[in-house]
Design a protein around this ligand. Structure first.
Ligand code: ADP
Ligand code: ADP
Ligand code: MG
Length: 449
């Protein structure tokens, strides 16, 4: 096992990784930009190194500065968290060539999964159902228009390098297709410096159901059941739960087997997520693999009792899993609410600022993953998520009751500050959500009312 690891991230996920390291008796080194200087969570780390200015391009995304920080601090491995360099195959390769262990899958695997069009080809080879669409990327607009007719409308034009809900366009008919195609390419080029796109049938009102996988250093892969992330805004998740209200044990097994088949075909090790769309008839289709820890991993941890981040570190250190698929039991129900410093009343505009008064819920059934504290100023430069409230109960009803109680307790106040808490309260009061009968377009329709 390592003595010391470096955490190449910030905020709640940096603290989450530091805690996992400490639970394993390992030292954790934090890095920070000038905008994060003085953040309270940095004091919990065994060492903290400034890696540059606020702009992430020159700090959290600057590979040379992060490698230098690891070398100076004597870290043996680097955990990338999510976002930033987490799915950057080049970064994983640089780590390897510098004699540092990248805590995640092999660079070749990250590369193969990072291109969503290629990942779908891997899915097909593994016999996993994928959303019908082009076999790979399409460059030529005439060719694309012809393939679009074959697939049928409505369809999605998606960036191969896409992520974070960006780089997707809906085309409803042949008339709007050419425009949408050109725009999608331009947007993908601007957002990801890669204009590669592919076409995919638009699945109407599906649920987003994803399977957590974990592969040991010996290549054995297990799944930890599913998460339902159907409540989204602009293709970004806002509430996630495990298990999915729409998945019974038989479907769980089929989706789990499909996820493992994908992982085997891809040569996957470490933690990852296989994302599917589940339609109303109970058919599911692969959309992508996220080769990293995800924001919503906590709900799977709550219902399985397995610490995913500790296992990421252990697998990277060469360990095999000390349990099998049969040992994994899904018990109880967990729901995660993303508390973002955004104003739902004003189109979810970022609303960061200084937290002058703070009260965070606790008590039975609550897990709160956050890096914020009273007196902390939320920097405006980064993602707006400031906390994750995870509520655990014996069943979905109890998890919702605990959530209602906990959301009443939350107080995050300061000039200009607003959060998604009132929206979560509305969601919890909504009969559709309460019955578990939602889909990926549900929240936006609810907001439009
Ligand atoms: P999840 O919530 O399932 O972990 P998200 O897609 O919401 O996954 O991404 C988590 C974080 O990573 C977000 O901060 C998101 O903005 C960022 N992210 C994911 N993929 C990319 C990408 N390709 N480019 C830029 N940011 C990304
Ligand atoms: P990202 O890489 O940004 O996470 P995904 O491909 O995982 O993008 O899709 C994100 C979300 O966009 C899905 O959860 C779903 O809500 C919607 N989506 C993606 N592809 C389709 C599709 N073919 N049909 C309908 N909705 C889709
Ligand atoms: Mg996704």
């Amino acid at each position: 096992m390592f003595n010391r690891i470096l955490v190449a991230n910030r905020g709640e996920i940096a603290l989450r990784v530091i805690r996992a390291a400490h639970d394993l008796g390992i030292e954790a080194v934090a890095v920070y930009s000038e905008a994060d200087r003085g953040a309270p969570y940095l004091e919990i780390a065994d060492d903290a190194i400034c890696i540059g200015p606020a702009e992430s391009a020159n700090s959290y995304l600057d590979i040379s500065r992060i490698i230098a920080a690891a070398e100076i601090s004597g870290a043996e491995a680097i955990h990338p968290g999510y976002g930033f360099l987490a799915e950057n195959a080049h970064f994983a390769e640089v780590c390897r060539s510098c004699g540092l262990v990248f805590i995640g899958p092999e660079p070749e695997v990250i590369d193969a999964c990072g291109d969503k069009a290629k990942a779908k080809a891997t899915g097909r080879r593994a016999g996993v159902p994928v959303v019908p669409g082009t076999e790979g990327a399409v460059d030529d607009i005439e060719e694309a228009a012809r393939l679009a007719e074959e697939i049928g409308y409505p369809l999605m034009i998606k960036a191969a390098a896409g992520g974070g809900g960006r780089g997707m366009r809906l085309a409803n008919d042949a008339d709007s297709f050419r425009n949408a195609f050109t725009q999608a390419r331009q947007e993908a080029e601007a957002a990801f410096k890669d204009g590669t796109v592919y076409l995919e049938k638009f699945i109407k009102d599906p649920r987003h159901v994803e399977v957590q996988i974990l592969g040991g250093a010996d290549g054995k892969v297990v799944h930890l059941g599913e998460r339902d992330c159907s409540l989204q805004r602009r293709h970004q998740k806002l509430v996630e739960e495990a298990p999915s209200p729409a998945v019974d044990p038989a479907l769980r097994k089929r989706m789990g087997d499909a996820a493992i088949a994908f992982a085997k075909e891809a040569g996957y090790t470490n933690a990852g997520t296989v994302e599917f769309l589940l339609d109303a008839s109970g058919d599911f289709y692969f959309i992508e693999l996220n080769a990293r820890i995800q924001v919503e991993h906590c709900v799977s941890e709550m219902v399985t009792g397995i610490d995913l981040v500790q296992w990421q570190i252990r697998v990277a250190a060469g360990e095999s899993l000390d349990f099998t698929q049969e040992d994994i039991k899904v018990t109880g129900h967990a729901i995660e609410f993303r508390i973002n410093a955004e104003n739902p009343e004003r189109g979810f505009a970022p609303a960061p600022g200084k937290i002058e008064s703070l009260f965070l819920p606790g008590g039975r059934g609550i897990r709160l993953d956050t890096h914020v504290a009273a007196g902390y100023t939320i920097p405006r430069h980064y993602d707006s998520m400031i906390a994750k409230l995870i509520c655990y109960g014996a069943d979905r009803e109890e998890a919702m009751a605990i959530a209602r109680r906990a959301l009443r307790e939350v107080k995050v106040e300061g000039p200009g500050l607003a959060t998604t808490v009132p929206l979560h309260q509305r969601i919890l009061a909504d009969p559709g959500f309460r019955s578990g009968n939602v889909h990926t377009g549900y929240l936006e329709r609810m907001l439009a009312e």
